[in-house]
Structures are given as C-alpha cells and as structure tokens.
Design a protein around this ligand. Structure first.
Ligand code: GRF
Length: 198
C-alpha cells in the first residue's frame, strides 16, 4: 500500500495531533512523518518524539511571515510531506502558503462553521444561547475558517455548561472526527464522508 506522508502543525498540547498519529498504524493510507510547532516548548513536540515521529519547532517570533513560512516549507519539503493537517495551530497562514497546499491541507475548528470563526468559540456559543455546538473539519483556504467543510460533529449544550466544560466535550468529538475524515480523505480526496453514515 502506498502511504501518504502526513505533516501536522501544532501550537500547544497537540491532543488532536496525538489522536491523528495514533490513527495511522501500518495498515492505514497515511503515515505521520513530521510534527512542527510554532511555539518553543510545545508539549506536543515531546509527545510526538516519544512515539517516534520527528518533531521540530519553527518559532514565528521576531521574523516576517515570509521568513517563518519559508522555514516551515523547508521542513515539510525535506520530509516529503504531501498532506498537511493543522491541529490546534494558532497562526494564520498566508494566501501564498495556502495556495501551495490547495486541496491537501485540513484544519479542525472547535465550532459548527460557519458559526463562530476565530477564537473563544465556546464562550461565544454559550453567550449566543445555542442549543448545539460542535466541531468542523474543513479544507484550509486563505480566508479564516472558511474553506470547504468536510464534516462536522455536534454536541448538545447542557444547562450549567461553562466554556471549559463545553470545550472538553467538543474536544472529545474532535478526537473522533479528525482522524476519520483524514483517513477517508486519503483514500479518496473527492469523497464526502460523514460519521453520521458510519
Ligand atoms: C482544540 O479545540 C482545537 O480545535 C483548538 O485548540 C484546542 C486544543 O487542541 N484550536 P489541541 O489539544 O492542541 O489539539
């Protein structure tokens, strides 16, 4: 089986990254080849190395976006990455960078897009009084959190939810959704899969 080399970009703990890596044993269409973090000391780098995935920090601070993205690209090219997954990666990528990965770059966002693009999604969902919230896997385009939606998972908002409690429930759904969509996508990038049909 030809296995697609997958790169993962993180900024923090990288729990989505952990689930993605775990979901790619030898009989799967993808193989995790590289984890990059824009933050020094991101816990996720250690976790990646501990399961044998090369990991590096590309610090975004004190340099231009062009320079930062140039170094990201060097790492990705050197590792032969073909598909890129953003997993809790908190930098906006330039239109030029994204264009080079068009159709090969996914993100997970903690809301039911197009609702609540950007930050603080759980607090904003609670403030709006929505009855359901959730997460979205989408392709990345130059516009923030606006690329084609590949799938979504829904969680009910419960009485007494705080942003933190709601975030935990959504994160648990993210962990189920992202790898399922990635796997289906690697098998057939044109497919539209849904956990609802599974
Ligand atoms: C997740 O909700 C992710 O979607 C968001 O940050 C949270 C933590 O992600 N961007 P992770 O544990 O770093 O993967």
């Amino acid at each position: 089986m030809t296995r697609t080399p997958v790169g993962i970009l993180i900024s923090g703990g990288g729990s989505n990254k952990v689930e993605l890596v775990r979901s790619m044993p030898d009989d799967r269409p993808g193989t995790p080849k590289l984890v990059l973090s824009n933050r020094t000391g991101a816990k996720g780098l250690e976790r990646a190395r501990s399961v044998g995935v090369p990991a590096a920090c590309v610090d975004h601070r004190g340099r231009s976006k062009v320079d930062f993205e140039g170094e990201l690209a060097q790492h990705l090219n050197a590792a032969g990455i073909e598909v890129l997954c953003l997993a809790g990666f908190m930098r906006l990528l330039s239109a030029e960078f994204v264009a080079r990965w068009e159709g090969r770059i996914l993100n997970i966002h903690p809301s039911l897009l197009p609702l609540f693009k950007g930050l603080d999604t759980h607090a904003r969902a609670l403030a709006e009084g929505v009855a359901v919230h959730g997460c979205t896997v989408h392709e990345v385009t130059a516009a923030l959190d606006a690329g084609p939606i590949r799938d979504q998972a829904v969680v009910r908002v419960l009485a007494g939810d705080t942003p933190e409690v709601l975030a935990d429930r959504v994160l648990a759904m993210e962990h189920q959704l992202y790898h399922a969509i990635l796997r289906a996508w690697l098998n057939d990038p044109n497919c539209l899969v849904s956990l609802l049909d599974a």
